[in-house]
Design a binder for this molecule. Structure first.
Ligand SMILES: CN(C)C(=N)NCCC[C@H](N)C(=O)O
Length: 266
């Protein structure tokens, strides 16, 4: 099918909020794994109903954020650039995701030298990879990824701790255009985005604050947090098929649909 994608996901069996490494996380309030699993299953079902292929990596007890598969690697042209997490709490996830790829026939898989959180901070378009820095991924990783993947990487500076990964503030609508929240970026990076994407969808602060930009688009269907109403309307106005999902439990850890979804591009 024209828009079919291959995604890697991780069931949140061990999901919890037991430490705070971003402003969304409150270990005192915690989170409920059973609710997270139910919401995650609906996301997975949504992808399968759209005709996408979903592969699964086994969750590991003691890694409560492992459900956020997007952070586990960046895969472009079948080449796997591994993750090296900024926080000790998630460090073991990088090797675990890399093992999944090598065990599933991906020979060109690189253990990175530089700190980076996979597709959390690297978003792939047709001609270029957009890369965030400021909170998690080191700018040196942008160069390392460019060299390994052979694709141009454009650095974008994140400035608001609530939008600590690029994929909390921007998503590719298709291979050529994006939606984003300008307030998450430095003035220079806002100018880069305006220059590169004059026809971008500009999201409001309210839609960003419900992680509406943490959406997954196949170029026709956009899977997006249900609370992002204004953004959904604009996407519909532009002819996209908007599919709202409820991932409110996972948002307690600072994640949304895109965080749960690592695209495997061969
Ligand atoms: C938006 N994406 C992929 C993410 N932004 N990932 C969610 C990571 C959440 C985790 N508690 C953390 O702080 O690392």
């Amino acid at each position: 099918m024209a828009h079919s994608r291959h995604y890697l996901m991780c069931r949140p069996d061990y999901f919890a909020v037991e430490y705070a490494i971003n402003p969304w996380m409150d270990p005192v309030a915690g989170a409920d794994a059973a609710t997270a699993v139910r919401q995650w299953e609906q996301l997975k079902d949504t992808y399968e109903e759209l005709g996408h292929k979903v592969s699964l990596i086994d969750p590991i007890d003691g890694l409560p954020d492992m459900v956020f598969a997007a952070n586990g690697a960046l895969v472009v042209g079948g080449r796997v650039y591994g993750a090296r997490f900024a926080n000790a709490e998630r460090a073991a996830e990088g090797p675990a995701y890399l093992r999944w790829f090598t065990g599933n026939g991906f020979g060109a898989a690189m253990e990175p030298t530089e700190t980076n959180e996979g597709e959390g901070d690297f978003l792939t378009l047709d001609e270029v990879i957009l890369a965030g820095t400021g909170f998690r991924t080191a700018i040196t990783a942008h160069k390392e990824a460019q060299e390994f993947l052979g694709r141009p990487v454009v650095t974008l500076q994140l400035v608001d701790p609530r939008y600590y990964h690029l994929d909390t503030a921007l998503f590719p609508i298709d291979g050529r255009n994006v939606a984003y929240y300008p307030g998450a970026f430095s003035p220079g990076s806002q100018a880069v985005l305006r220059h590169m994407f004059p026809d971008a969808v500009i999201a409001s602060a309210d839609d960003a604050a419900v992680l509406g930009l943490n959406a997954v688009s196949d170029g026709h269907n956009v899977v997006i947090n249900v609370e992002a109403g204004e953004l959904a309307l604009e996407l519909k106005r532009r002819g996209l098929n908007v599919i709202p999902v409820d991932l409110s439990e996972l948002r307690k850890a600072g994640g949304g649909p895109k965080c749960c979804t690592l695209e495997i591009r061969v």
